[in-house]
Design a protein around this ligand. Structure first.
Ligand SMILES: Nc1nc2c(ncn2[C@@H]2O[C@H](COP(=O)(O)OP(=O)(O)OP(=O)(O)O)[C@@H](O)[C@H]2O)c(=O)[nH]1
Ligand SMILES: [Mg+2]
Length: 337
């Protein structure tokens, strides 16, 4: 399935029905008073967060949404029937922008929330409303009001507590596979992951969500590789895990990998290097354990990263992941409370 995280739509709330001009006609009452009812209200357009939807793909084909108009009022002071609201389901984490002004309208981050995005027009007044001591038989009634029309841009920014960043092949997806029920594809070639995947980790006290995104390469901020367009999915996370591939130990040293990755994170519009980040050196099963101390020292001294923020794991065997997950749970709890 394609992953679509941006969509453009036009929403049209219903117009109000017009008010009626009508007079009572009953036997033996030659000049009945006005009895025109008001028009019904037009339907609203409502956005509803639906936890079962994860992408904006449904909006690729359907782009215009129209709620029902209100019905006109009628005689005997009958109000017109209101137009039905139109409910549009969107994934949690969708940010809604007014596509004309560019303004952000709402950030949908509450499960099961409904947001009124375009209001239906009120119904017009029937002629009963215009009756007065000086005009007992008003012929006046008013049309309904127009419903709101908006052009929207929807952007999906995943809701995750932890984001995984790293070069392609570093083992991000292997890690998510190992520690959660999520099953992103693993491959021994770059750019195996083509879209974000979310995995839930059940901790001791609480659950949290990790986002695995496609790998970054040098120049990603200029569009190289898959670029940085997926970084928006980790822009909300409190904590980043910078995955270092220990395999190309000589060609691309861990400290160099981290520096290159941070350059790309820094070029992103929200400067993601401001976030708390830990370094995860992966594939220790392939490295002589005597090397690990040196690697750690190098990262600490070259990049001034505290040793507490450097972890060594094998996503493949699971070694080191248990302690990492424990620390993650504590840290997320600290960040979010
Ligand atoms: N030996 C060993 N191999 C690993 C480990 N972690 C990942 N791999 C292998 O490295 C390759 C890449 O793993 P992925 O998990 O697909 O890497 P990724 O970071 O998600 O890559 P992209 O999706 O391309 O960004 C696969 O062949 C994995 O089996 C590890 O801890 N030890
Ligand atoms: Mg991957």
């Amino acid at each position: 399935m394609n992953f679509i995280d941006e969509a453009f739509l036009e929403v049209r709330a219903g117009d109000g029905g017009s008010g009626a001009t009508s007079f009572r006609r009953e036997k033996y009452i030659p000049f009945g008073g006005p009895d025109g009812g008001d028009g019904g209200k037009g339907g609203d357009i409502v956005l509803r967060v639906n936890g079962n939807i994860n992408t904006l793909i449904d909006f690729q084909n359907k782009k215009v949404f129209q709620a029902k108009n209100g019905k006109a009022g009628s005689g005997k002071n009958k109000s017109g029937i209101a137009g039905d609201d139109l409910i549009i389901d969107i994934p949690n984490g969708t940010v809604i922008y007014d596509d004309e002004s560019g303004d952000q309208l709402i950030d949908c981050t509450d499960k099961n929330m409904n947001y009124l995005i375009a209001r239906g027009g009120e119904g017009g007044f029937g002629n009963t409303r215009f009756k007065s001591s000086t005009n007992r038989a008003p012929r006046k009634s008013t049309p309904g009001f127009k419903g709101e029309i908006k052009l929207l841009r929807l952007e999906l920014k995943s809701l995750a507590d932890v984001g995984l960043v790293g070069f392609p092949n570093a083992g991000k997806s292997t890690f998510l596979n190992k520690v959660s029920a999520a099953k992103p594809k693993i491959g021994n070639y770059p750019f195996t992951t083509l879209r974000p995947h979310l995995g839930t980790i059940k901790g001791v006290e609480s659950s949290y969500v990790i986002a695995d995104i496609p790998g970054l390469i040098e120049g990603a901020s200029q569009g190289a590789g898959l670029g940085i367009k997926f970084l928006k999915h980790i822009s909300r996370t409190g904590l980043l895990l910078i995955f270092v591939d220990l395999m190309p130990l000589e060609e691309l040293k861990p400290a160099k990998q981290i520096t290159l990755l941070k350059n790309e994170l820094n070029s992103y519009k929200d400067d993601l290097t401001q976030k708390i980040s830990w370094v995860i050196c992966n594939k220790i099963d392939l490295i002589d354990s005597s090397e690990l101390k040196n690697i750690k020292k190098e990262i600490e001294s070259e990049l001034k990263i505290p040793s507490d923020n450097i972890y060594f794991i094998s996503a493949f065997t699971g070694e080191g992941t248990e302690i990492l997950l424990k620390k993650l749970e504590t840290e997320i709890f600290r960040i979010e409370s």
